[in-house]
Design a protein around this ligand. Structure first.
Ligand SMILES: Cc1cc2nc3c(=O)[nH]c(=O)nc-3n(C[C@H](O)[C@H](O)[C@H](O)COP(=O)(O)OP(=O)(O)OC[C@H]3O[C@@H](n4cnc5c(N)ncnc54)[C@H](O)[C@@H]3O)c2cc1C
Length: 486
């Protein structure tokens, strides 16, 4: 009998289509050639390379993860040094040019895209690990994959998300949730300090002692609002082995509802060492693939016993528990390769209480009304270190009492599917959203949110806006959902 395979986070975010085929159908961005630029700044090649459409190498750098948001810039400044970034900041400010700041290019809504100027930090990606001090110093253009490789070589671990091509900058500045988040915290919770080029083109050292307000804002305030990060310093952890786990079910509607309810009741009983994620997809009308996957710093025995409490509540699960090296687990969850660019749309929510039986039923019914596989739902467990910190300890506000986050996610490769996929995400979100807190995760941005400032930052919004006014009153660093000055 054919085994039904539930999509992993990687499957959900990665399509089967080959990259060249996707690139062949991508829409071109806004006409870069139509943007008039003043004379370009004189920047030494050691500090930055300036690429215009038609220049050799331009095409190599122009991909956004979400093709739906892609814009081809009139100028891409590939900055190699903070001095190069500072010169670019001075030039765009003095010439009053719109621009975007780009690291990994994974912004769901294209906040790192611009038809004008893109200040691209990717060439600043060097990583140094101080093994004795357990500190990673890494260029702001690095990917999560590069950070994982660098720290794992030294027998240390780093708390961050599961996609290796996500950029360290956007991820950290917005929070950064991964499969070690409950025992080790968000990526932002492990940030010791950063170097930032501010709106005046000055380099600022930001940490708890030197710039406490800016440091607070850079841990959850989101990218593209307070300056351009050029380097980060993170706390590392002496973790060489982790336990990965997975329990999978294929269930009809009522049983899927029961499992969703059981998973929510089970969460508060899960040891902090474990970070479980529940993936839900409709695989056929009235049938659901459900998968509880995750990672633990505890023992295999503890993981099996904990999962046993869930699988007793919902029988028929296939369960796998495996001890792996830290890097082995990273590769296991990511597939070890880059995610191809896709058309995508996501929305998110936070649960602060278990969803009622009726709510769960309405949500699953909405999900199974969509074509099989059209939308996937990922529920990421919170608690542990994330919830030990107060909501105002950093700009990331979704901590105390947050049970889990929900992400409603669709990706596709045929632009003709766009309208249907956007409608499908809306329909599933509309069914579950009334049972959620009203908060959303700034790293899963959504341009359709009406009260996005409140949704992203809640009670932290006034302080964030005051910090923005203090460091960037003219709102130089801006995008569709950047922090507005007070
Ligand atoms: C496939 C995929 C998987 C993901 N998995 C996870 C996950 O497991 N956990 C999780 O928490 N999130 C995850 N995310 C969300 C991810 O954390 C955000 O999309 C993040 O903002 C991406 O950062 P980036 O640098 O790649 O993106 P970019 O698009 O380059 O930047 C994002 C934002 O940060 C700004 N920015 C970029 N560089 C800088 C800089 N140097 N200084 C200041 N601002 C800057 C940009 O202007 C933009 O506003 C995932 C996203 C994708 C597409």
């Amino acid at each position: 009998m054919a085994r039904t395979r539930h999509p992993t986070r990687r499957d959900v975010l990665k399509t089967a289509a080959a990259l060249p085929a996707i690139l062949a159908i991508r829409p071109r961005g806004a006409a870069a050639a139509g943007v008039d630029l003043p004379p370009l700044p004189e920047i030494a090649s050691a500090d930055a390379t300036l690429l215009r459409p038609g220049d050799a190498g331009y095409a190599k750098y122009d991909v956004a993860h979400n093709i739906r948001t892609r814009l081809d810039p009139a100028l891409r400044a590939l900055c190699r040094t903070p001095a190069g970034v500072a010169q670019m900041v001075d030039w765009v400010r003095e010439n009053d040019l719109p621009f975007a700041v780009r690291c990994g290019g994974h912004s769901y809504e294209g906040f790192s895209q611009s038809a004008s100027v893109v200040i691209d930090v990717r060439p600043m990606a060097a990583a140094r690990v101080d093994r004795a001090a357990r500190v990673l110093t890494i260029g702001a253009g690095a990917s999560l994959g590069a950070a994982y490789q660098a720290v794992a070589r030294q027998g240390l671990a780093f708390a961050a998300g599961s996609c290796p091509t996500v950029g360290i900058s956007g991820h950290t500045l917005g929070g950064g949730y991964g499969l070690l988040a409950r025992p080790l915290g968000l990526t932002a919770d492990n940030l010791l300090g950063l170097t930032l080029v501010d709106a005046h083109g000055r380099m600022v050292e930001v940490d708890a002692a030197r710039e406490p307000d800016l440091f607070w804002a850079c841990r959850g305030g989101g990218g593209g609002s307070f300056g351009i990060a050029t380097e980060f310093r993170f706390k590392l952890h002496p973790v060489t082995r982790v336990v990965t786990f997975k329990a999978s079910w294929t269930l009809p509607l009522a049983a899927a509802r029961d499992l969703f309810r059981a998973w929510q009741a089970w969460l508060p009983t899960v040891p902090v060492a474990m970070t479980p994620v529940l993936n839900i997809a409709s695989v056929a009308p009235g049938r659901f693939a459900m998968r509880c996957v995750g990672q633990s710093l505890g023992s295999e025995r503890e993981v099996r016993a904990t999962l046993g409490r869930l699988t007793r509540a919902a029988s028929g699960a296939g369960v796998t528990v495996t001890t792996r090296s830290f890097l082995g687990a990273v590769n296991y969850f990511s597939g070890g390769s880059a995610y191809p660019v896709v058309f995508m749309k996501a929305k998110s929510d936070y649960a602060i209480a278990p969803v009622s039986e009726d709510g769960a039923m309405a949500f699953l019914t909405a999900l199974t009304r969509q074509p099989p596989g059209a939308v996937s739902v990922l529920c990421d467990a919170y608690g542990g270190i994330i919830g030990d910190l107060a909501d105002d300890a950093t700009a990331f506000a979704h901590r105390k009492g947050t049970l889990y986050s929900v992400q409603y996610y669709a990706s596709w490769t045929d632009p003709a599917e766009t309208a249907a996929r956007l409608a499908a995400v809306d329909a599933v979100h509309a069914a579950l959203h009334p049972h959620m807190s009203g908060g959303t995760y700034v790293n899963y941005p959504d341009l359709e949110l009406t009260d996005w400032q409140q949704a992203y930052w809640g009670g932290n919004l006034p302080r964030l806006r005051a910090i923005k006014r203090a460091v960037d009153p003219a709102n130089l660093f801006t995008h569709a959902q950047s922090v507005p000055p007070a």
